[in-house]
Structures are given as structure tokens and as C-alpha cells.
Design a protein around this ligand. Sequence first.
Ligand code: NAD
Length: 519
Amino acid sequence: MAGTEQVQDVVAPQAPDTQQEFAVENPATGEVIAHCPVVAPEEIAAMARRGREVQPAWEALGFAGRARILSRMQKWVMDHQDEIIAVIRSETGKTYEDALLAEISYGAAAFGFWAKNAEGYLADEKVKSSAVLVKGKKLMLRYRPLGLVGVIGPWNYPLTNSFGDCIPALAAGNSVILKPSEITPLTSLKLAEGLKQCGIPDGVFQVATGLGATGAALVDEVDMIMFTGSTATGKKVMKAAADTLTPVSLELGGKDPMIVLADADVERAANTALYYGMLNGGQTCISVERVYVEEPVYDEFVAKVTEKARALRQGAGAPGSADVGSMTFPPQVDIVERHVEDAKAKGARVVVGGSRGMSADPTHAGYWFEPTILVDVDHTMLAMTEETFGPTLPIMKVRDEEEAIRMANDSPYGLGASVFGKDTKHAEAVARRVEAGAVCVNDALVNYSALELPMGGAKASGLGSRHGAGGIRKYCQQQAILVTRFSTKKDPHMYPYSAKMTARLGKFFKFLYGRGSRD
Ligand code: NAD
């Protein structure tokens, strides 16, 4: 297994601590669209006090009371869909469809899902025990909210990945402070407006805009940190959280492989690779980042992907006018270009795209990179080993599935993966050998929409998971309850010790545990 020290992630440049506000740009045009305050560490402390003050009443509202507000919010998201999409697009440069499919539909579904399922996932559980000392007693496991949860998010999906993690934390009865990415803070502020209109009590949900230092201050103040972002920052967060023994859940970077087996439906594999490689401009943690194709179908696969990639339209216009949007984080364009140039220098061929496209035009001020298909690639190239996080799809020919699995696992990351093959039993067996938190067979990425299914990274891609029971229980303290209902004044093992009672207990334990197999 490759070491995590190999991971090199993008970390947003940090401004000096004295900065009081920061500008938000529309990356499709390069235009400044807003300024937001940098929340200082002492203000974070005040926000934390406020969050803690109001949390008990929020918890006391019970699951039904909280679910009412979350369900109203589901409708609010749908009623304000176009407004929210406009805000998301203005700060990310994504297409209307990308915002609708992967942000609005996720957010609306998540409000309904956690409103309906929080109570079931967090219901008290009766526990049976074989321990002699607890015979006849009531044993229970319960989940109590941790109190104040801090959520720190990235820029690629400001609703889904940043705000989305606040929903189960709130449903569990916690107060939440969200620190959105400095590149995309406006969506979180818009959703905070919605929660207020839907009746969330003041202080239960707060947004702390700012740079890295604001996130670092939040780590020091809360009872749990849910972090989504690069592996490099995730490590810093975990180190800082160790000082206060604050639990962390980390959703980090990825380099997701796709394996195309010789018996695959090549048309479906090509469509899926292209769509989930280019979705959101390739800026998805579980994007298809590299493809390994078995020799017999390699040429056909490359021909299909090439033809389809040539037909992609890039832009920031009205719904239906473009397939792929702009890049969101300006330095990401440099990284994508560096990976493409490095691959070319080491012998790769660019069959589609390969340059900044619209950004090369001096009259166009946004941050763009063309949908790009690379072939003749290998693992000496950055495009195959480091997270590119852009609209590139490098395709590598492999001799057989053993080589494909070896290559897929030759990465410090282990977020998602996909395997294509018509013999689904066989493809599933291959999927089980890939070191990743989630593997799809004849599909990619859609596992993320199944809120019942855990989603989390293996290796350097994270710690813990979102969705499913674990996705809400992580925001709670497990509490064990034991109730003795029927009792004598004194149990036999209690003081004073006596030789007679000790001998009796000794015999009793021998009877219980001393009759095991003598083989
Ligand atoms: P990033 O690590 O640069 O920043 C993430 C957040 O951390 C930002 O809000 C930033 O201000 C904050 N931050 C920076 N320094 C901090 C510090 N010292 N302490 C606390 N917070 C700090 O990541 P990014 O560039 O915004 O996002 C892109 C990365 O996120 C990619 O690697 C992508 O794969 C990953 N990602 C992962 C998932 C997942 O579910 N695994 C989902 C989306 C994105």
C-alpha cells in the first residue's frame, strides 16, 4: 500500500491574520461578486458560547419538532430552487444542470431523509448480555447529541459537501457552526436565510465565513469536527483536534480508478467514464480520475470516449446550453495544466482538449480548462498518481484484470472506484479487491445519492463516513445505561470478603468458564 506522505493536495492560500474581509469571485467571468467578513478567533469563541446556550432547547424540541423545521426546509429549497442555483453558479461557475442534479436534488433529499430517519437511527437500543453480574438488569444504549458541532467545507459542492453535513448534525439535536470555503461562502449564507425562515431558533445554526485561520479557530471551540477538504488540511485538522481530544470525521481527497474489463458494455463504460470524469468540471471528490482498460476493448473504448468528448460544449449560459462549466478555484487551473504538461513530457498523447481554452482568449477573464482526454499514460505521470480535480480523463491500456487491480490500488488514496463488466458476479469479485471506501459495478458516483449507504474514504481519503446510521451517530455520544430494578440489600460479592464466599465464587466461575473443549 502506498504511503499517505505521497499525497500532495491543493491548499487554498492563506491571507494574513489581520485581513478583515475577503472577496468572492465568479470564476466563470473573473468578476468580484461579493465581500464577506473574516470571522476572527475571538468571534468564533462568542459564536460557540451562543451555540451552546441554545442547544439544550433545540435538543428538547425532540425529533418531531426538529423534523418539522427540516421538512419545511426541504420545501423551501424546492420553492427557491432557481435562486439557490443562481447563487451556486455565481460562485462556482458550474452549469445549471450540475447545480440542479448534484446540489439541489441532494440537499432537498437530505432534508427529507434526516427529518424522517434521524429518530430511527438514534433510537434507544436494548442490549442483552451474558455477563453474570448484570443478570435481570436493564441494559440500554442511547445516543445523545454531542452539543456543538463544527462543519468545515470545501468549494466544489457548497450545498452538498459543505452544508449537507450540517443536516444530520442538526437532526441529532446539535447546534452547528459551519465554516464554508472562502471560495464559495454565499450558498451557505443563502441556506442559513432559509433555515431562519423555516423557524430554526436563533443561534442553532451559524455560519462563520473566513479563511483557514477561521477554520482552525473553530476546531478549538467545538465538541466535534466534520471536515471535508484536502488530505493536507485534513491532517492539520486532526493534529489540532488532538490537543482538545475533539473527535473528527474526515472526508478527503481521492484519485478514483475505473476498471473496464474485456467483457464490458463499452458504450456504457465510455458514457459513464466521460460523464463522471467531467461532471462539475471534474471537481468532484469521487470523479473518475483515471481509467484502466483491458487490451481487447481498449481501442474501442478510447474511440468512443474521444468522439463523445469532442462533442462536449463548455460554457456558463442558460440551462441546456453547456455540458461542462468553468473551474471554481483559480489555482486549480494551474494544477490541471501542470498534470497535462507533465504527462505530455513523459510521452502521453492528448487526443482531445489539453489547454485553457476560453481562458487563453485575453478578452475572457474566467478560469477554464478544456475537457481533456489523455492516452499512452502510466504511473510515472502526475495525472495518474495525484488528484487532478479537473476535466481530464487519462486512459491506460492494461494486459489483464490483475494488472488493472494492481494499478487501481497503486495509490495513497481510496475514496471511490468503479468496475465495468457484463458478468456482474465476476465484476463484483474484482470490485471487492479494490482498496476504496465505495466501489460501483457498471456505474459510478450514484452511490453518493443513496443516503442509506455509508460513504467514506479508505487510506488517505478519510476517516469515518457520512450517510447511513454512522452518518448521524458520529454526531452523538454513545451512552450506556444500566438499570437495576429488582435487588437485594447486598450482592453476594460485596464487602466484607470471606474465605467461604470466595471459594463459592471460585467454584461458580469454574462451572461457568472451565468446561471448554479440551482438544
Ligand atoms: P482545502 O483543504 O483547501 O479547504 C477545505 C476547508 O478547510 C476550507 O473551508 C478552508 O478554509 C479550511 N481550512 C484551511 N486551512 C485550515 C486549517 N488549518 N484548519 C481548519 N480549516 C482549514 O480543500 P478545498 O480545496 O476547499 O477542497 C478540495 C478538496 O476537497 C479536494 O481534495 C477534494 O477531493 C476534497 N473533497 C472531498 C470530499 C469527500 O467527500 N471525500 C468531498 C468534496 C471535496
